[in-house]
Write a protein that binds this ligand. Structure first.
Ligand code: TXA
Ligand code: MG
Length: 336
């Protein structure tokens, strides 16, 4: 399926396809989503089939504005209204008790629903033209890197999607922050561009973190997620230099490097992508850079650890989930 420029006609067609229960991929400010009519269980099932995603992994429902909040959730606490009014449209997803009309297919059988108003003109136009909620996970195959450009969606899903709207590169580049307000105490389920302390300061309440045994219900929390197919390792600058030197002598592997420091040179004959210095620019580039290395003829991707301050929390979370092996000085590079 070739991406189409998201002009007015394309947006009307997208809304029509959604009404017919078809799948439409569209840009948001975070990543591209694979959308279906959130009130149509058959359409929603198509999302799971296209992605190869287990049916108990719930989807985010994208809504046109905060005014439609109560069509999707019940017992909405005051802090949810506050957060929504402040951060929407924006890269924040709020989990609440679901409205009885929300199909169980959307929520993976749970009685909570994840909601967000995306901050992207194309996403908002499609939502307005469609006039209801659109269930949309990231438009990638299960456990793969999320798409941040229309061409990535084409690469991931090919003809499994009925239309791909091209709205250029996603500005944020990482998935939304998820806050669960359905229980006794607010919890951060997934870090994103809106940070834990942004929310804590705004609400004047502490966010808790989820327990390990809940991971199955939140695939974004799974250990290996957002992963390239090529073996990917996270390492310190010193470890990286050492491995590159060793490999220059042994010439065992074709290595690709996602570098943070500027002084990782091309001298080792490996492919080096130098990443931006700010957390938000790094986030914007991360998935497309990993995808580019993954598509190259490379045996191993080495990622140089960026800073670990709060500005980098979402990036570090995704890096951890992209790397199947944590680097140790003892372990040999191996593609096993
Ligand atoms: O930025 C984003 O959030 C993108 C764009 C397309 O909006 N969407 C996205 O969707 O990342 P997905 O399906 O790749 O990730 C959705 C996350 C999962 O980690 C899922 O477990 C969580 O949202 N989620 C959805 N419904 C939930 C619920 N009822 N309770 C807890 N977590 C939920
Ligand atoms: Mg995803």
């Amino acid at each position: 399926m070739n991406p189409v420029i998201a002009d007015e006609a394309a947006i009307l067609k997208a809304a029509d396809l959604l009404r017919q229960g078809r799948l439409v991929a569209f840009p948001t400010e975070t990543v591209y989503g694979l959308g279906a009519d959130a009130k149509n269980p058959e359409a929603v099932k198509r999302i799971f089939a296209a992605k190869g995603r287990p049916v108990d992994h719930p989807l985010i429902v994208h809504i046109p504005d905060v005014a439609t909040f109560e069509d999707w959730a019940i017992e909405i606490p005051e802090i949810a209204w506050k957060l929504a009014k402040h951060f929407w449209p924006g890269p924040l997803t709020i989990v609440l008790k679901k409205h009885p009309d929300v199909p169980m297919e959307v929520t993976g059988g749970q009685n909570t629903v994840a909601l967000r108003v995306p901050n992207h003109p194309v996403a908002l136009s499609v939502l307005q033209a469609f006039g209801s909620g659109i269930a949309a996970p990231s438009a990638n195959r299960f456990c793969r890197i999320s798409p941040t450009q229309a061409s990535h969606v084409e690469e991931e899903l090919g003809d499994k999607v009925d239309m791909i709207l091209d709205g250029g590169a996603c500005q944020v580049g990482l998935e939304s922050t998820i806050v669960d307000l359905s229980g006794e105490r607010p919890r951060l389920l997934r870090p994103g561009q809106i940070s834990k302390s942004d929310i804590e300061q705004f609400l004047q309440v502490k966010l808790e973190l989820p327990e390990n045994n809940e991971q199955i219900h939140a695939p974004g929390l799974m250990e290996v997620h957002y992963a390239p197919e090529t073996q990917t390792m996270l390492c310190t600058t010193v470890q990286l230099q050492k491995k590159l030197q060793e490999n220059t002598i042994q010439k065992k592997y074709k290595i690709g490097v996602l570098a943070y420091s500027k002084n990782i040179s091309q001298q080792y004959g490996v492919q080096v992508l130098i990443m931006p210095k700010s957390g938000s620019d790094y986030a914007h580039n991360l998935y497309s850079s990993l995808r580019a290395l993954d598509n190259d003829d490379i045996d191993i991707i080495l990622v140089e650890q960026p800073p670990q301050t709060e500005e980098w929390q979402a990036v570090n979370d995704r890096l951890k989930k992209s790397t199947k092996v944590m680097f140790s000085d003892k372990n040999e590079l191996s593609t096993g």
